[in-house]
Design a binder for this molecule. Structure first.
Ligand code: ADP
Ligand code: MG
Length: 248
């Protein structure tokens, strides 16, 4: 991939869902480019299409029309096995509800993606220790999730999402089940990892208070991007301009 290429390119993507007698357009011709090393928030009210967009970028779902490229690969051309390899190797996921395995310790939860990838035991031990250290949880490695606080559980989930060294971490409302203090700490932690490791993060939230230190925010309303505070505005109109076009 050339350095100027996008890590993620969302190109005129529409996603419609069919209901009994009608169709819902969850995303309507969305275009977005994200470069390696970016830290992007997708914000917008409930129902605006945030989860749909993250599921499409994470290759969990497919667009009705348009295409999504990850590291230059057009994901619509991949077969199911290639799609799952891409997902497993290149992407880490953090979920709103943590999704930790309750009978596993924190360390075993973090180790799991490496087991799936067939990484050797020695390498697994080393990487799990590094990942837990990077989220400040080395001392909690042997605890099961039920003995961890909500904030700690989500940090374990972040360690699990980065342990296989993905190119991209996707987090769908990762702070929705945290109080404001823990939510702020989690966003700060993700930002620190983004800076320290050059890891690309895309996370969604409907909580504007969490976006103070986020360098780029794409705002969704009714399945459309109504603002993108990218420092490089050359490819898109500034927020006010887009808004003016929408309401005129
Ligand atoms: P957000 O994550 O911002 O709350 P979603 O992406 O979940 O928004 O949903 C966007 C729109 O698409 C909503 O109107 C929602 O009801 C609809 N939608 C999402 N997923 C489905 C689905 N699987 N079936 C039908 N409608 C869906
Ligand atoms: Mg959602």
């Amino acid at each position: 991939m050339a350095p100027t290429d996008s890590l993620v390119r969302v190109d005129q993507v529409t996603r419609k869902f069919s209901l009994d007698h009608s169709a819902v357009t969850a995303l309507d011709k969305i275009s977005l480019q994200i470069h390696a090393g970016e830290f992007l928030a997708i914000s917008g009210p409930s129902g605006s299409g945030k989860s749909t967009l993250l599921n499409l970028i994470g290759c969990i779902d497919k667009p009705t029309s348009g295409r999504i490229l990850i590291a230059g690969t057009d994901t619509s051309h991949l077969n199911p096995s290639q799609t799952s390899t891409l997902r497993r190797e290149k992407i880490g996921f953090v979920f709103q509800t943590f999704n930790l395995i309750p009978v596993f310790t924190a360390a075993e939860n973090v180790e799991y993606p490496l087991l799936v990838q067939g990484v050797s035991a020695n390498e697994r031990r080393k990487r799990v220790a590094e990942a837990l250290e990077s989220v400040g949880l080395s001392s909690r490695a042997q605890q099961r999730p039920d003995l961890l606080s909500g904030g700690e559980r989500q940090r374990v989930a972040v360690a699990r999402a980065i342990v296989h060294r993905p190119s991209l971490v996707l987090a769908d409302e990762p702070t929705a089940n945290l109080d404001t203090l823990n939510a702020t700490h989690l966003i700060d932690l993700m930002r620190d990892l983004n800076r320290a490791l050059g890891l690309t993060f895309i996370f969604s939230t409907h909580d504007q208070r969490l976006l103070e230190h986020t360098p780029r925010i794409a705002r969704l309303t009714d399945g459309r991007i109504v603002g993108d505070s990218h420092p490089d505005q050359s490819k898109g109109a500034p927020y006010e301009q887009v808004l003016a076009a929408c309401i005129s």
